[in-house]
Design a protein around this ligand. Sequence first.
Ligand SMILES: [Fe+2]
Length: 254
Amino acid sequence: MNKELLSLNRLLGVFDSKTIKNPVLKDEVKDVEIEYISIKGKNTFESSVQKNTIDVLLTFKGKGCFINNEKEHTINSNTIIRVPYDSRYSLFVKEGEELHFILIRKLLDEKDIEVIKSRESDFAGLYFKALEDCSTYKEDIKSDKTVNRMILPEGLVPRFALGSVESEGPDEVGEHEHPMLDQIFLGLNGCKCNCYADGEDEVLVENMMLHIPLGSKHHVKVKEGDKLAYIWMDFFLTIEGEKYMSEQHDVEDK
Ligand SMILES: [Fe+2]
């Protein structure tokens, strides 16, 4: 299981405006580029122009202003943003403030573009939500005490969905496999749980990104007194594979 730890302290001691960008888990998942970006204000981050991609931003810490289609949106930590298809955006961070986020760029294949063209209105607007406002769901492999959130439901980005799982130990996410999708976990605040995949094991902690190998049998355990709290990112190999989401997740209204 390949992993990377993201440092939220990397702007400590930086007093001038600065932007630090690093690729995360580079070339691990097909058609996906992830960058960890930290901005020290006063500074503006401009989106790059790239054809046939959709950007998703997930903020961890700090605050800033997200600008798209001439509208300004205040953003804080723990927010998800799905940028409209084929649209530019910028982020502004004020002097003395900072913002840390990951940029997940989904590369779109021909079928993805067909999906977008067939449902243009679904991809034309901005999807912008605080994580705590996202709908909860239940799943057979998770206990009743887990709180699961659907943060980026299927259909907003072709072949990509994202959610979270939270629980207190002792608890576990039962063993399962899903050969139709590649999965990355991101540890949230206070997370300390054990991830097992095909005989390998790894302790998932906060701000760690962990790649669950494609097709592996995997499960997660948390000990008494510890916390299980992570975001899962599902990257489907094909559009047809997406139906796994609705079969597996029983979303509750919020
Ligand atoms: Fe999984």
